[in-house]
Design a protein around this ligand. Structure first.
Ligand code: SAM
Length: 241
């Protein structure tokens, strides 16, 4: 069944007209016509049966039917990711969404992209919406505005839960071992940029209750480390069952 993301605030009536990109996807890509059924999701755990009543590339109109609450993921994972150079953050947002993260906070840190261009957070939100649609999620992960690392660390400490900093120099405490001990979610994972974290940043994280954990003896690329950490956490907490 084709799926369409429509923000909850637009779903208060019995009919809704899709925006141009969503209309184009249904008409041009999926070649749907009037009468076809689609599944609408609002990104907050509600799915609605929809039917195309007017199909035109200018804007598809849907009639909305039965609403269903879909259970949200049992595991809450927040990924604090220092934004790497280039477009690798696009990839990390897409794959972390497929893997079920609840929240993504793009960070600035001393050895990462110091000031991501404006509009990047909006781009990443669109990527997250599309990845949620494609992967069949009823919720869309929250993608925060680009945040300074110290602000994000304090926010994570205030939110509580298990907080883990992934550090390539950590050999004594593997992520696997910590995950075996955590009672359940929420888990916050902090992953550095291509230049890694400075010693001072590692100490700041420790001061905010982060434990420093390793992913083995090899130096992983940013995108590899982020996705391995999310996947291992999901697997350990039952999010991939
Ligand atoms: N400073 C590293 C170096 O010497 O090349 C580069 C950092 S690595 C490319 C990017 C990030 O991935 C790190 O900041 C860390 O968060 C994570 N990472 C990579 N390999 C890791 C490992 N073996 N254990 C834990 N984290 C790792």
């Amino acid at each position: 069944m084709p799926r369409v993301f429509i923000p909850a605030q637009l779903l208060n009536h019995e009919r809704v007209t899709l925006d141009r990109p969503a209309s184009r996807h249904l008409i041009k890509v999926l070649r749907l016509q009037a009468g076809a059924e689609v599944r609408v999701f609002d990104g907050c755990g509600t799915e609605i049966e929809g039917r195309i009543v007017r199909a035109s590339a200018a804007g598809v109109e849907l009639a909305l039917g039965q609403r269903h609450r879909v259970p949200l993921p049992p595991v809450s994972i927040t990924l604090l990711q220092s934004v790497p150079r280039g477009d690798r953050m696009d990839f990390i947002v897409q794959k972390a969404t497929e893997l079920g993260v609840t929240r993504i906070v793009p960070l600035t840190s001393s050895r990462g992209m110091v000031k991501p261009p404006p509009g990047k957070a909006r781009r990443w939100r669109t990527i997250a919406q599309e990845a949620a649609r494609q992967s069949g999620r009823a919720d869309v992960p929250d993608v925060a505005d680009v945040t300074a690392m110290d602000v994000a660390l304090a926010g994570a400490a205030a939110a509580g839960g298990t907080r883990l900093l992934l550090w390539e120099e950590e050999r004594a405490l593997p992520l696997r071992q910590v995950l075996a001990q955590v009672p359940s979610a929420p888990v916050t994972l902090l992953v550095g940029p291509e230049g890694g974290f400075s010693q001072a940043e590692v100490e700041s994280a420790r001061a905010q209750g982060f434990r420093v954990v390793g992913l083995g003896p090899r130096i992983l690329r940013v995108e590899t480390a982020a996705l391995v950490a999310v996947a291992l956490t999901q697997s350990a907490l039952g999010g991939l069952d």
